[in-house]
Structures are given as structure tokens and as C-alpha cells.
Write a protein that binds this ligand. Sequence first.
Ligand code: NAD
Ligand code: UGA
Length: 468
Amino acid sequence: MKNKFIKNICCIGAGYVGGPTMSVIAFNCPELRVDVVDINKERIEAWNSEDFSKLPIFEPGLEDIIKKCRGVNLFFSNNVEESISKADIIFISVNTPTKKKGIGAGFASDLKWVESSARQIAKFARNHTVVVEKSTLPVKTAETIKSILNSSEQNEGINKMNIQNNQKSFSIVSNPEFLAEGTAINDLQKPDRVLIGGEDHYSIDLISDIYQNWVDKEKIITTNLWSSELSKLVSNAFLAQRISSINSISAICEATGANINEVAKAIGTDTRIGSKFLQPGPGFGGSCFKKDILNLVYLCKFYGLNEVADYWEQVVDINQWQQNRISSLVIRNLFGTLSNKKLAVYGFSFKANTNDTRESPSINVSINLLQEGAKLSFYDPKVSEKQILSEFENNINEKNVLVNNTALKAAEGADAIIVLTEWEEFNHLDWEDIFKIMRKPAWVFDTRVFLDKQYLKNIGFKVWSLGT
Ligand code: NAD
Ligand code: UGA
């Protein structure tokens, strides 16, 4: 660490970003103390659990780092105020979901958690504090944070905590996170780039110094605040756009006899297009793509750029269309009715190697099938029964949903299996045993196009594979 004055980092929000990001900072900067704080008691207890299988987030490689750093220079607690007061640098990593009501509902980000973090920082910070936007935020949010930090409420905090030194000052830096779930630790250890946007060079250098403990200087990009905030939204919009593009082509493949994997390979070998993010599937899930594009759409409309807004909104529309298209195909192939039929759903997380179910395509597809009268029997290697059931609150008759411990059990008496998450273990199941216990004709719907279609057909399954 070049700057010896920096000793304490605080991160507000111990979620999918705060937890792994701060673990990797603590791991690479042993001379810093990193406090990750959250208002959620259950979550903090889980982070502090002695049983590592109870950590709140499943990420390959995370457990090893927690074992090495927790209690040494990495601490999880609910002591928000105290940690803020000791921190030289504060990362805001709280949730920024889409607003559910009021102006901008359904599009704009709900910044109430960011605002309350900023108010707490304004009250309890001491001396000069660098505040880092780690959450994904609409462009110009730094302006809002700045005005809260510079408000008079600070004094209230000073009195309350009886702090002698009231020379508070703040600077704001944007440092969006680009990690993907399931590969978070690897993404953090070896990022394609680190983006730091700000106004004063001292603060930008401070954050850059932290990353330089393990990231090459050439990979650290510095910009102004607004470019940094906007780049995060645009990065997610471009990634999601590729998925909607390839998914739209999957439908043309089915109509024409082309094969989506062959088309993806043929176009992806052009270095200008590139091979990544061309995997067709049931549409993108996860907590961010949809919310960040809708936020971008909202911003475009706010600035009167309606054509631009419409362009990006189509990416979300195609995503929804793909999920509905898959549900309709399943229904059509099962003779147009799902009444009295049991369907096994393999995979509930929004992608493999994570236990996160936010915006998972499995949710929409399952709701469509339940509305047609199906009984659904779920299996996911990492998602708990409680979590699966919570996604259907108010939507279903609980009797129609069953959660199983094994893939085999889930398929018992089922008419069809719908594979919605690309868990590698699905390629190694005993499909012959599964076939035996299903009602015939037994269907497999492979929405991730990753199972061996011919092998399944040879066993006797009827197989539908997306885009083929
Ligand atoms: P999350 O919901 O998993 O975690 C956020 C945490 O913040 C919660 O535990 C919540 O209790 C806590 N919190 C909210 N307000 C608080 C307050 N005032 N004081 C203390 N704690 C508070 O969310 P996440 O997935 O970690 O995402 C956080 C941000 O990072 C979002 O803006 C998201 O868009 C962005 N992001 C997420 C990912 C991802 O893969 N999940 C990747 C990049 C960026
Ligand atoms: C995504 C981005 O990849 C991260 O860079 C970003 O930081 C993060 O969003 C965020 O801001 O939250 P994540 O959602 O965790 O990360 O996972 P992705 O690997 O991007 O997958 C998102 C969804 O797209 C998943 O449902 C996945 O199955 C789907 N996907 C992805 C495809 O259908 N095809 C692909 O080729 C790639």
C-alpha cells in the first residue's frame, strides 16, 4: 500500500457484491482493516458462521478467502455507525432495485438504500472520507450523494458521538463492479479492467493504489464521474443485447433447420464479433441486466431521447418473449394441456454456480406452466426449498409445487423435464434411470442447449433442444 495513512475500509452492504469484493480486497491488502457492515442481522450471522456451508453466498473460491481473512483483517458486523466513524474509505454496495411505485416506477432505480447510506455517512464519518459508489447507479447520482454529505445533518452526528474533531470533508469516487456471479472471485482477482471515475486526483489515486496491490496499472481506467456511472449501465446493456440477439436467432433456427450452436460458432469466430456471450438460452436473469437496461431507458426518456429508449427496451422485451415462447412450446408439445401433468424443472438459479434466483428465467417459465395447470417438481443443486417457494408467493396453489433433494426424485412420474439452468451435473445424471421412472412419452426440453440430444433420444426420450 503506497499510502500509509489509509488503514480502515468500510463497506456498507454485505451482499453479492460487498461480500466477495471486500473479501478479495482484504486478501490482497493484509495491512488494511476491512469492515463489511449490513442492517440485515441474519445475513451478517451467516457471514460469521463457523459452518462455511452456511455463508450467505455460494461462490467458487470464496470460502477459502473467508477462511484466511475473516477475523484477521476482514470483519462482518451490524456496527454500521462505528465502522463508518473509523473509516478512511467507505464503499457503498447496497441494493438499487427498480422502483415499484411513484415517478419512474418500473424503470428508474430506487435509490432509498443509497440515500440512507449517504445520510449515515454524513452523520458518523470523521475527518476526510472518500466515499466510493460501488453499487450500480443512474448517471448523476454522485451529485445527490454529494448534496446529502454536505448537508447540515452532519453536525447532529458530531454532537451525538461527542467527536472533538469536526473537520469533516468528503470526496466521491465512482468504482462500479463488473463481477459476474458464479465467477466472482476469479473476476475480482483478474479483472479485465477496474474503472475509477472522479473529480479529484488524490481520491482516484487512493482507490487505484488499493487495486494496484494485485491488478496491473494498465488495467485501471480513470474517467470523470459521469462516464464511469454511465459505462456500468452501458456495459450491462451491451452484454444483455448480445443475449437477446442470439435468442432471437434461436427462433429463426428452429423455423428453418439451422442450428443455433453452429450459427453462434460461425459468427463468433469473427474476431470483430467474438465468441463470448453468444450462448442461447431461456433469456437472461440475475438482479441486474433487466434493472440496469430499464434504468438506461428511463434516463433516455428523461433526456428526451425516445428513439434510443425504444431501442434498448427491445432487449428486455425479447427476453420476456423468449421465456413465454419456451413455455408455449412445452405446452404445445405436451398435447396442448398441462392439467394433471407433472413436470420436473431442473435448475432454479439464474445461471450455474450460484444460489441466486433473482429474475431467474425459471420463475417466469414456471409461473406460465403453473397457470396452465401443471404440477411442478423442482430440483436445483444449490437453491433451497425455502428460496424456491418464496419466489411463488401469491402466485400458486402450494400443492402444485414440490421441491426435491435429487434430480431422480424430481422426475418420478413426470411427463417432462425442463432444464432451465446449465448445471454441469445435469450432463452426468443417470438418464437411463430417470427415463424408467417417468410417464411415457417422456420429454426433455433443453433450454440451455447443452445436453447430448442424440444420447437422450437413444434412451427413448423425446427431446426438444432450443434453436435446433
Ligand atoms: P444485495 O441485495 O445482495 O446486497 C445489498 C445489501 O445492502 C443487503 O444485504 C442490504 O441489507 C444492505 N443494505 C441496504 N441498505 C443498507 C444500509 N443503509 N446500511 C447497511 N446495509 C444496507 O445486492 P448486490 O447484488 O450485492 O448488489 C449491490 C449493488 O451492486 C447493486 O447496485 C447492483 O446493481 C450492483 N452489482 C451487482 C452485481 C451482482 O452480481 N449481484 C454485480 C455488479 C454490480
Ligand atoms: C452480469 C455481468 O456479466 C457482470 O459483468 C455485471 O457486473 C453483473 O451482471 C451485474 O452488474 O450484476 P451476472 O448477471 O452475474 O453478471 O451473470 P452473467 O454471466 O452475465 O449472466 C447473466 C444472465 O445471462 C444469466 O441468466 C445467464 O444464464 C445469461 N447468459 C449469459 C446467457 O443466456 N447467454 C450467455 O451467453 C451469457
